[in-house]
Design a protein around this ligand. Sequence first.
Ligand code: ZN
Ligand code: ZN
Length: 130
Amino acid sequence: MKAQRTRSQERILQLLKNVKRAISAQDLYIKLRKSNQNMGLATVYRSLEALKLQGEIQVRTLPNGESVYSSIHQDQHHLTCVNCGNSIPIAECPVHDLEHQLEQSHHFKVYYHTLEFFGVCDRCQLAQDA
Ligand SMILES: [Zn+2]
Ligand SMILES: [Zn+2]
């Protein structure tokens, strides 16, 4: 399925590729304004939804309930501390091969996957022990 992307979607996708991290729709909106690309918040949300359906971006929900968006070409996983909310990126993707296997066995086109580990970070462990 080759969807025709709107100009707003193109701008958002480009921005997400440039920032190289997951950001919220609100932050995205602010960034667009700063670069003089006026776009309403509703348009930002609508474009993000369309890009998600096209399999171009992924959504991650933070422990505080906020949704952050990133380009799917960043296969990035995190260790997230439930105490301080700190997210530590991990270098490797342990399910990369599994993704290919599932695509084959289920004839399913996988756009992206999410994998996140929750626990307590080293600093919070130290604070707890003290
Ligand atoms: Zn912590
Ligand atoms: Zn991965």
